[in-house]
Ligand binder design. Structure first.
Ligand SMILES: *[C@@H]1O[C@H](CO)[C@@H](O)[C@H](O)[C@H]1NC(C)=O
Ligand SMILES: *[C@@H]1O[C@H](CO)[C@@H](O)[C@H](O)[C@H]1NC(C)=O
Ligand SMILES: *[C@@H]1O[C@H](CO)[C@@H](O)[C@H](O)[C@H]1NC(C)=O
Ligand SMILES: *[C@@H]1O[C@H](CO)[C@@H](O)[C@H](O)[C@H]1NC(C)=O
Ligand SMILES: *[C@@H]1O[C@H](CO)[C@@H](O)[C@H](O)[C@H]1NC(C)=O
Length: 540
């Protein structure tokens, strides 16, 4: 009726119609969603009650021994990591208690051990504090103040004119430690630091984080867009030439596209490097299993393809859905959905219905056996399921259910709800103990003893993604928030129409010959030495 308002409304609608949206419109939740959401809420409250009883104020609960461990500097990692999940789940009393606790943390020094991981502290503590500050509508400025205390310590990781931060700092003396880092540690700081900049008005934090990513993106990479895993903060050079979407590299790639979305930057380096990495992955790394036609992204080292996958790398499906939508590129979204299916398959095939830490597969060009031949048992399992288990533990990792959440929000297909419901049942059946939810030694053995460990990302990530999968799709919409790699959502500006340059596959900046460097430090205690399987020269 009032024409000015009508014009404003239609302009707003026109704007949103052209924006790159990630979520499918008009998703209707089936009636079963409410019961599943309630089941996730129960798991959260039971887990947190056990943590409160046996471990409150410490980093993590050990549920079998009903004790605690301080492996995140003793600042109460579980409380800070769980805080925004409590708010999202409507657990107001727990949330206020967590705010109270957080307001008393002494970040001037580590409680234990002396050194502080720049990466872990950024994604868990800084991310948790800032997201809780936003989720509670800026009511608790103490959360921002605590975030600033953390940020003012973390900047000591940048030494002299180095672009790449050191991996660890002794907080008590502001001394950086450990000269070798990796691209995940150096390249997963932007979302948190730019959010800290947004609320403090101090550009320093964002500038430090951004110069690390720009430096990595501009280094000659083993494959176009696919940076090597190891990096030396002092020389600024890659260490070795190992390429993976898994641990040690993973969230560098994740944050390339998420930074583009959170900042709406006009600098296309981030979205273009991400697209180049995805393009190279499709051309060089993508493999299809000989059994079941499951789609995986291989690792790559010394011109060798390694047919392995990991729980950590399984975030890639969700990340490719997000980036594919932002680039308006359905090819990428379609492959992403195949990656999501293959990762879910590593849950579906196991006796517990929960996926392993690491797995491998056979494609027409070879296999990977971790230094040992495939055992007859592994081969029999592979012939049934299209993957075989190489590290059988489950340590409350989120990535498979994270990607499943993106797939549901992007498609509205209820098969993703069924998968999430299956995981909830498995968690209740196999992880639940009197002292809280535990970890698994062997995802494929229902009688194997449990692992006496709990992780703060159980509360921050697994249970948040599961809860939101069954919640109103407009609650924490992927079009309004960008999740950090610890599942802490940050408020995003309205999306641009499209991200990246029209011809966004970057010209490779270097040769594909691997740089020779000192051997990589071990990334995962479960990693096994690759058996080289020669492949023909790459056609790029
Ligand atoms: C938080 O702390 C205030 C002040 O110490 C106290 O009044 C309040 O009861 C506490 N709230 C919770 C939920 O612990
Ligand atoms: C911004 O933060 C940096 C890093 O802590 C600090 O050195 C600098 O003094 C701050 N600038 C202002 C204007 O507060
Ligand atoms: C989408 O991305 C793929 C993979 O990089 C690329 O081959 C294709 O040309 C892109 N499509 C469009 C329309 O840009
Ligand atoms: C795995 O690869 C090795 C080396 O190429 C080959 O000898 C072996 O037959 C393969 N195993 C299977 C089960 O395909
Ligand atoms: C499963 O675990 C039980 C208990 O540790 C063990 O006795 C059994 O051999 C395991 N089964 C397999 C197939 O590994």
């Amino acid at each position: 009726m009032i024409s000015a308002q009508r014009i404003a409304l239609s302009l707003a609608l026109a704007g949103s119609a052209f924006a790159a949206s990630i979520q499918a419109p008009n998703i209707v939740l089936p009636a079963s969603a409410a019961a599943n959401r309630a089941a996730v809420l129960d798991i959260f409250t039971e887990s947190y009650a056990a943590y409160t009883k046996f471990a409150f104020g410490h980093d993590d609960l050990n549920p079998l021994s009903e004790t605690f461990v301080d492996d995140r500097n003793g600042w109460g990692a579980t409380i800070v990591d769980a805080m925004d999940t409590m708010h999202i789940m409507g657990l107001e009393t727990l949330f206020l208690q967590a705010v109270n606790f957080s307001s008393t943390i002494d970040f001037s020094k580590s409680q234990t051990p002396d050194t502080v991981s720049v990466f872990e502290t950024t994604i868990r503590y800084l991310g948790g504090l800032l997201s809780a500050y936003e989720q509670s509508n800026f009511q608790f400025p103490i959360l921002l103040q605590k975030a600033k205390e953390v940020g003012d310590k973390l900047v000591f990781a940048w030494v002299g004119s180095n672009d790449i931060p050191f991996g660890e700092i002794v907080f008590a003396t502001n001394t950086p430690q450990i000269a070798t880092s990796n691209i995940a540690e150096a390249g997963t700081l932007t979302l948190e630091m730019e959010t800290l900049t947004k609320y403090t008005g101090n550009q320093t934090y964002a500038n430090f984080a951004l110069k690390a990513v720009e430096h990595i993106a501009n280094l000659p990479a083993p494959l176009p867009g696919l940076a090597a895993q190891g990096i030396d903060p002092t020389s600024g050079e890659f260490v070795g030439g190992y390429v993976t979407w898994g641990g040690g590299s993973d969230s560098y790639f994740e944050y390339l596209i998420k930074h583009a979305r959170l900042s709406n930057t006009n600098n296309n380096l981030f979205a273009d490097t991400w697209h180049t990495a995805v393009d190279s992955s499709i051309k060089v790394l993508k493999r299809t299993s000989t059994v079941g036609n499951h789609v995986y992204l291989a690792d790559f080292d010394e011109n060798t393809i390694l047919h392995i996958g990991s729980h950590l790398a399984c975030y890639n499906g969700g990340n490719w859905i997000m980036g594919g939508k932002m680039l308006n590129n359905q090819t990428i979204v379609d492959i992403a959905l195949e990656l999501v299916d293959a990762c879910w398959n590593t849950y579906a095939g196991d006796a517990t219905g929960i996926g392993p830490e690491a797995f491998a597969y056979i494609s027409s060009d070879g296999n990977f056996t971790g230094g040992d031949p495939i055992t007859p048992e592994q081969l029999a399992f592979y012939n049934k399921h299209g993957y075989y288990i190489t590290s059988s533990d489950y340590i409350q990792r989120p990535e498979v259910l994270e990607s499943n959440f993106y797939a549901f929000r992007a498609t509205g297909d209820t098969k993703y709800l069924d998968r999430a419901a299956s995981a909830v049942r498995s968690f209740n059946t196999f992880l639940k103990t009197p002292g809280g939810f535990a970890c698994l030694n062997d995802v494929n053995n229902v009688t194997a003893p449990l692992l006496d460990a709990g992780e703060s990302f159980w509360y921050a990530e697994v249970l948040k993604y599961l809860y939101l999968t069954f919640d109103d799709p407009n609650h924490i919409s992927l079009d309004d928030f960008v999740f950090n790699t610890e599942a802490h959502p940050f408020i995003a500006p309205p999306a641009k129409a499209v991200y990246g340059s029209p011809n966004s596959i970057l010209t490779p900046t270097g040769s594909f010959q691997l740089k020779q460097g000192p051997p990589l430090p071990a990334i995962s205690p479960n990693a096994k030495l690759p058996t080289p399987i020669p492949v023909p020269p790459l056609q790029l």
